[in-house]
Ligand binder design. Structure first.
Ligand code: S3P
Ligand code: PEP
Length: 418
């Protein structure tokens, strides 16, 4: 792949960026619309590789989907049809949310993915489907699911590797004949806000979800109501643009910032504030401004591990040490993000070490140019773009991987940085 140079900020970055819809909300809304009791219209959806893969997957199972830009009309079938082969790409939401739907189909369904997708953990989800009665071949991609003869209602799994195992099962719970009781058996549970996003979107559609304790969910059998919905902007993707202001002493506004959100990306505002930037809430917008200096922080990102690459870039450019904890499981994200961040930080001359559950980074004002590796991971490309603002001559080997959640990233970034 030809490396792409990334823009250096000759001046403080100032501007406004309209960020497209949330990946997590779009793909949940698509799944829930596909499982609903009638047609739904979704507005403001994200148009990206992960959401296209989701629509194609649902279509392969018999769901009718009409896309008109960011507006999508979904019409569920009377019965889902088994599909020969569903492509999950590298999308966690597709590989963890669609197999449970395949369990409701009239025949077997095969699942495939990108080369690295078979490194991503799937065992607990597939084991959960087996506990519900499905026959599943394999423990990683590619795998095949045959629906149960008799559906059971109770599952115990260890979701310490990904909250998406829980979300994927909860999403179909109401469609199981006896509902679903799901218990998490592991010691830790990452990304709880993403589980809350799932339960909240289920409840908005009339589904009863009880949480008798903090590791058990009970979904009652019943219809999932069709709902016309507007998707929030993706706050994790927004954080990349806001970080540019903090790094360069500029000021960036993101319109459409929700007053309250279950997206863990909203936590970025606290982190960047602790690192020295100023956050201003306007009417339906957020502005981050900086004076160009950042200080290192200790930050537990258990709830918002998606933010790790952006916070790592800020840490590399900050004064002092930044310690990120609570993110051991991101070794199973699009790439092993802890190893990838350590390697790429070393490549620009930044001292960084992996800990059991995160990274320790010593900020430096003296980093060197390099072509960084993206490992097919959109957030590694964001990380490189942020370092490049302050280190002349930083490039990336694969900018196209940003299409996973933000195909417009290269243009929007160039437009903002100038
Ligand atoms: O359910 C979701 O939409 C997501 C859950 C999280 O996964 P993990 O719990 O595997 O971190 C998050 O990192 C991912 O980007 C999106
Ligand atoms: C972990 C991520 O994605 P996925 O939905 O593929 O798990 C991410 O986008 O940071």
């Amino acid at each position: 792949m030809t490396p792409t140079p990334l823009p250096y900020a000759k001046a403080p970055v100032v501007g406004e960026v309209n960020v497209p819809g949330s990946k997590s909300e779009t793909n949940r809304a698509l799944v829930l619309a596909a499982l609903a009791d009638g047609p739904s219209v979704l507005e403001g959806t994200l148009e990206s590789r992960d959401t296209t893969l989701m629509m194609d997957a649902l279509h392969a199972l018999g769901v009718s989907i009409e896309r008109n830009g960011a507006s999508v009309r979904v019409n569920p079938p009377v019965r889902y049809t088994g599909a020969h082969s569903i492509d999950c790409g590298l999308a966690g939401t597709v590989m963890r949310f669609v197999p449970p739907i395949a369990m409701l189909a009239d025949g077997a369904t095969g699942f495939v993915g990108d080369p690295h997708a078979s490194e991503r953990p799937m065992g607990p989800l597939l084991d959960g489907l087996r506990q519900l009665g499905a026959v599943v071949t394999g423990d990683r991609l590619p795998f095949r699911i045959s629906p149960p003869a008799d559906y059971r209602a109770s599952v115990s799994i260890d979701a310490s590797g990904s909250s998406q195992f829980i979300s994927g099962l909860l999403l179909i719970g109401a469609r199981l004949p006896e509902g679903l009781t799901l218990r998490h058996t592991g010691k830790r549970l990452p990304s709880r806000p993403h589980i809350e996003m799932t339960t909240s979107m289920l409840r908005e559609r009339g589904v009863q979800v009880a949480e008798p304790d903090d590791r058990t969910w009970r979904v009652s059998h019943g219809p999932i109501g069709a709902a016309d919905t507007r998707i929030e902007p993706d706050l994790t993707n927004a954080s990349v643009f806001l970080a540019a202001a903090a790094i360069t002493g500029g000021s960036v506004t993101v319109p459409g910032w929700p007053a309250r959100s279950l997206q863990p990306g909203a936590m970025f505002l606290d982190v960047v504030e602790r690192m020295g930037a100023t956050v201003t809430h306007g009417r339906g917008s957020v502005k981050v401004s900086g004076d160009g200096s950042l200080r290192g922080v200790d930050v537990d990102l258990t709830k918002a591990s998606e933010l790790t690459p952006v916070v790592a870039a800020l840490g590399a450019l900050a004064e002092g040490t930044t310690t990120i904890s609570g993110v051991a499981h991101i070794r199973g994200h699009e790439t092993d993000r802890l190893a990838a961040l350590r390697t790429e930080l070393h490549r620009v001359g930044c001292a960084a070490e992996e800990t059991d559950d995160g990274l320790r980074i010593t900020g430096s004002a003296d980093l060197r140019p390099a072509i960084l590796h993206a490992y097919a991971d959109h957030r590694m490309a964001h990380f490189a773009a942020l370092l490049a603002l302050r280190v002349r001559g930083v490039g990336i080997d694969d900018i196209a991987c940003t299409s996973k959640t933000m195909p417009r990233f290269p243009q929007d970034w160039a437009g903002l940085i100038g």
